[in-house]
Design a protein around this ligand. Sequence first.
Ligand code: AN7
Length: 357
Amino acid sequence: MRTWTGLIDSDYRPWLPVTDRTPVVSLNEGGTPLLRSAHLSAITGCDVWLKVEGANPTGSFKDRGMTVAISRAAEAGARLVICASTGNTSASAAAYAARAGLAAAVLVPRGYVAPGKLAQAVRYGARIVEIDGGFDDCLRAARDLAARHPVALVNSVGNELRLAGQRTVAYEIADALGRAPDLHCLPVGNGGNITATWQGYQAYAAAGRTTGSPRMWGFQAAGAAPLVHGAPVPAPETAATAIRVGHPATWDGALAARDESGGIIGAVTDEQIFAAYHDLAARDGVYAEPASAAGVAGLLDRHARGLLEPGRLVVVTLTGNGLKDGDAALRDAPAALRSSAAPADVARVLDLAAVTA
Ligand code: AN7
C-alpha cells in the first residue's frame, strides 16, 4: 500500500495550482476519514456520511488550502505570512509557515478564539496580535497591511490558492463514494468553504469524473447569519466562535454555491449547534468542535420541518476537531457524567450493581 503523502503529492496534484518549481510544504493533510453515521441515517431515513476534517494535521479543513498557499508563498520568496482568523486559519498558517521556515503573524479577535487554537499558534511560533473587535475588523486590518507591506496574505479572500486547495474535499468525497452525493451540508462563516466545495464538485463533473453535483446546504449560527438575512450583521454573536463572522468576505461565492446548486443557506441556533455537537460525540464517537456541528444541526432542522426527502445520499463536513475547544466541552458537561469518589466508593457511585444486572 502506498502511504498518504499529502495533497500536493497525491493523485490530486493536477488539480492544484502548483508546478515542478513549487517547493512542497506539507504536513500530509487531506485523505481524511469519510464515516457513515448510523445514528443520523436512522433519524433522517437518508444515507448520511461525515467528512471528518478535524483529522487534518492541525485539526481543521484549513490545512487543505494552506499547503497550497504556503508552498506558493515560499516559491514566491515570501518572508512573512499574515492572516486574520477566528482561530483555525491562524493555527494552520502558523504550522505551515513554521515548516517552510517563514515568519507568521496572525490577527485574532480578543477573547473569542478557542484556547486550543491559540495554543497551537503559540507553539508553532507565530506572532499573535489580539484585536479589540471581531473577525471582520481583523480581516480589514490584515488586508490593509498586505496592501502596504510586502507580506503574503493567506486569507482565502486575498488568496485564490486557498480555495483551490479546499476544493480537494469534494474530489475525495466523490472518489470515496464513487459518485457525487445528492446533498452536501456544512457550516458557513466567511463563505470560503462552501464556495470551494461547490467549485470542487463542479470541476469534477466538468471533467467527467462524476455525472452530477450535490445541492449545497450551508448553515450559519442564528446570531451571525448575514448570508441568511442578506445583509451584514454589525455585532455577530454565537458561542460557536469559529463562525462568528458578520460580513463574510466570500459573500458572492457562497450565494453562487447556494443558487447554482439549488441549495440553501439557513440559520441554526446555538442550542441546535450544541445539541448536534454533543450527539456527534456521544452517538457517533466523532468529537468535532461546536461550529463544525452546524451542518448536522441544519440537516436535522430541515428534516424536522419536513424539508429533507428520505433516501438521499448526504455528506456533512465536520470542519474542525473538538480538542481545540475543551472549554466548550466542559462548560455544559452533563452533571450526571461527572462525580467524585474515594477509590473504595467507585462501584457505588457508578451504581455498577444495577448497571450490570
Ligand atoms: C471549524 O479560522 O474563518 O465559511 O479564520 O474554523 O470558509 O469561513 C474559520 C472558519 C467552519 C467556516 N468551521 O468556514 C478562520 C475561519 C470551522 C471553522 C468555518 C470555520 P468558512
